[in-house]
Design a protein around this ligand. Structure first.
Ligand SMILES: *Cc1c(COP(=O)(O)O)cnc(C)c1O
Length: 395
């Protein structure tokens, strides 16, 4: 068996996940790479140090462990290079810092992950970047928002909590005509269900905390760039000194091995629950891109090859919306109340949408987001039934 990966190009996704990112022959045949903990790397001579004449030079610049994860992510994303950062949020903020400067104008989708909005409204503005939010469904209409100083368009599809889809290719084409960089937070789909770089995106961002880690116990992010944007992204990582830890990188690489089979289960259970929710009289709408009734369904169907296990629904409520949504999640025994998602266990959260400027909250009632875990779906449905009963008892 050799470390050569050429035969994987045409293989199925689970085959690739089982074989990417490892080089047993470099590590005495061990299947997995070692966890190399490092700050100092020794050089044989002063001249070698001066010329940095070896593959590894210092812990912040990568180790065999972080390289193994980067290689696996590059294989999945089709990217020229990947950096590892300590969280999913850092995976969004580091490229924004790297590609924007004072006087630039940045377009950010209004359905963006909440902490990304906070970063844009505080630090980016303080650094002199003009931030403007745009309607998620804008598509090629983004042309009307482009200014001579628009340097970056940030996308995220589906949107956080409300799952608006975006026409990524149309937006990328307009942005590139205006010399703007396109970044995408692709955490929901993972590169298994959507490959941003194939649709014109320059920089693909992922919270590995979610499905790649898969067990609610790791924080990590990856940022992957196409060839044109890799040198600047790499330079940004080196300049900021932001790097991911080897232990966490090892665990995310381990998580990738089962991500495909986990996602199939998450996906199937979530869609089954979404269809069941859609049939209920006490649900005003189900926000899940794979449902035919959902506004962004056509784009999802055209561009994505699957749906993961996170979606929301709107609880029908005339008044008392907050009390009903709290009663709903408080009554759940299997769905925990907590942030993040992508782990093996189910979660439910009342969604806050008060910071939206364009893509406002639905008027029919409160939005509840579900992360559907790996439990048996009949048990999850029974749990949600208890939630509906509790919500109905609130007047
Ligand atoms: C969770 C999440 C992040 C941030 O990931 P952390 O590792 O929790 O910082 C970024 N983007 C999206 C879309 C997310 O859901």
């Amino acid at each position: 068996m050799s470390d050569d990966k050429d035969h994987l190009a045409a293989a199925g996704v689970n085959t690739r996940l089982a074989h990417i990112g490892n080089r047993p022959s470099e590590f005495h045949g061990f299947v997995n790479p070692p966890v190399v903990r490092a700050s100092t790397v020794l050089f044989p001579t002063a001249a070698a140090m001066e010329n940095r004449a070896q593959k590894y030079t210092y812990g912040t610049r990568g180790t065999p462990t972080t390289d193994a994860l980067c290689e696996a992510i590059d294989a999945l994303e089709g990217s020229a290079g990947t950096i590892i950062v300590p969280s999913g949020l850092a995976a969004v903020t580091v490229p924004l810092l790297g590609f924007l400067a004072a006087g630039d104008h940045a377009l950010i989708v209004d359905s963006v992950y909440g902490p990304t909005r906070h970063f844009c409204n505080t630090m980016l503005k303080r650094l002199g970047v003009e931030v403007e939010y745009y309607e998620p469904a804008i598509g090629a209409g983004i042309e009307s928002l482009m200014r001579p100083n628009t340097r970056l368009v940030h996308t995220e599809a589906p949107g956080s909590n409300t799952f608006e889809m975006q026409d990524i290719r149309a937006i990328s084409e307009v942005a590139h005509r205006h010399d703007a960089v396109v970044t995408m937070d692709n955490t929901w789909a993972t590169p298994i269900y959507f490959k941003p770089l194939d649709h014109g995106v320059d920089i693909s961002v992922h919270a590995s905390t979610k499905y790649p880690a898969g067990h609610s116990d790791i924080l990590l992010g990856t940022v992957s760039a196409n060839a044109a944007h890799w040198p600047r992204l790499h330079e940004t990582m080196i300049t900021l000194g932001i790097c991911g830890a080897p232990e966490d990188s090892y665990l995310v690489l381990r998580g990738l091995r089962t991500m495909g089979v986990r996602l199939e289960h998450h996906s199937r259970s979530a869609l089954a629950l979404a269809r069941w929710l859609e049939s209920r009289d006490d649900v005003a709408a189900v926000l899940h891109p794979a449902l035919e009734s959902f506004s962004g369904h056509a784009i999802w169907k055209r561009d994505f090859s699957g749906a993961s296990g996170v979606f929301s629904f709107v609880l029908k409520a005339e008044g008392a919306g907050k009390a009903k949504s709290h009663a709903f999640v408080d009554a759940l025994r299997l769905f925990g109340i907590g942030w993040s998602w992508g782990g093996y266990e189910s979660l439910a959260v009342p969604v806050y949408l008060g910071d939206r400027v364009i893509a406002k909250a639905p008027s029919e009632g409160p939005v509840i987001r579900l992360q559907v875990g790996l439990e048996n779906v009949e048990d999850l449905q029974r749990d949600l039934e208890a939630g509906f009963a509790a919500a109905a008892s609130v007047r």
